[in-house]
Design a protein around this ligand. Structure first.
Ligand SMILES: [Zn+2]
Length: 374
């Protein structure tokens, strides 16, 4: 998931680049320089053709970024935080911290990206027109290709299958009309799956007609859409199962806690090995002061275990992510996934730890319920 490098940070949004982007950038520049641009004017020098190809590729990259910033800007304006934007092989993802609360906001956030792409298409189209009128072929080549690709980007994203922008707009519409976010997501995701099947079918058909590259591309896009739509359906199913339960329902209360002055060799020999537990709350004077995880123990030098105390390696209380006993399970699972943690101590208002919700607990809880339901 995190095969990306950080580029810069703007408006609190981290912009990253997936490694796959370099491959696409290279492939695109090569295709433009060796296949497309020489057809525009064969008298261009290789240096000029390649420079024009690099500039065009960079502008394509900026276009995709602008599309994602369109989503992000509207999200921020409607009070929805945006974590990061990552660009990968044929597009980008703006990671929004949570689902919008109102259907209208969701519609605007989803529509903003394709709108930016459309505006860019018109802009580059105008550049093409100027080039045409003035007889500047480099302008027609650059403007024509970028205008076309931005138009395709807008149209592709407007396909009404979730999680594409068009699918999100459709979901917002159904959500607004029926008032049910859940039903709207279901309909949009099912439609997304249907459209993915059509892509795969058309792709295979084209391939059998002899258009191999085109066919494989279309099928590949279909496969990508299928994965995304199926994932949305599964997430929805998971949410259904979690609905109505709180931290209190699934937390383990037989937590083995340890004092902060315990040394690691004793911790491992007497607590970790016999119990097989991976996570120990650190309690001092009846209060939770930190958390020791197996991960943290493994991070400490083994030859220093005798001298290292739990206090030295624990995640301190103020850095710990905790849950409230009445917090909905849906929210807890979402936080575990987004923060990449496997356990959350459950702490009451007085700072007493009353239990621990581990990912394993939640999963076995779900499995048991699923078995009984079947
Ligand atoms: Zn978009």
């Amino acid at each position: 998931m995190r095969n990306s490098i950080k580029l810069f940070r703007v408006l609190g949004i981290e912009v990253g680049l997936d490694y796959s982007w370099f491959l696409i950038f290279g492939l695109l520049t090569w295709t433009l320089a060796s296949q497309l641009f020489p057809k525009v004017d064969w008298r261009w020098s290789p240096a000029f053709t390649w420079t024009l190809a690099v500039v065009t590729s960079l502008l394509f990259f900026i276009s995709v970024l602008a599309h994602e910033f369109g989503h992000s800007a509207v999200a921020l304006l409607s009070g929805v935080p945006v974590r990061r934007i990552t660009l990968f092989f044929f597009g980008g993802i703006a990671e929004i911290a949570r689902e919008p609360r109102r259907a209208f906001d969701e519609f605007l956030i989803a529509a903003a990206g394709p709108l930016v792409s459309l505006i860019l298409a018109v802009g580059f189209g105008t550049l093409w027109l100027f080039g045409f009128l003035l007889g500047v072929r480099s302008l027609t080549a650059l403007g024509g290709w970028l205008g076309g690709i931005n138009l395709s980007l807008a149209l592709f994203n407007l396909i009404p299958g979730f999680p594409l922008d068009g699918g999100r707009m459709l979901r917002a519409l159904v959500w607004g009309l029926t008032g049910s976010f859940h039903r709207a997501t279901h309909i949009a995701a099912r439609l997304g799956q249907g459209i993915a099947y059509i892509f795969i079918f058309v792709g295979i058909l084209r391939a059998f007609q002899g258009n191999w590259t085109e066919g494989i591309w279309i099928a590949f896009i279909g496969w990508f859409l299928m994965n995304a739509a199926t994932q949305s359906v599964q997430q929805l199913a998971l949410r259904d199962l979690l609905r109505g339960f709180t931290a209190r329902d699934v937390m383990t209360t037989d937590c083995v806690s340890v004092p902060p002055q315990l040394t690691l060799d004793v911790l491992v020999d007497q607590m970790v090995m016999p119990t097989g537990r991976r996570c120990f709350p650190v309690i001092e004077d009846d209060h939770l002061v930190g958390l020791v995880t197996l991960h943290r123990i493994k991070g400490a030098r083994r030859d220093k275990w005798r001298e290292t105390h739990v206090r030295d390696i624990m995640i301190p209380r103020d850095e710990m992510i905790t849950a409230r006993p009445d917090e909905p399970l849906e929210a807890i699972f979402e936080r575990m996934t987004s923060d990449g943690v496997n356990q959350l101590p459950v702490v009451d208002e007085d700072g007493h730890m009353i239990g621990l919700v581990a990912r394993d607990n939640v999963i076995s809880f779900l499995r048991t319920r699923a078995e009984l339901a079947a």
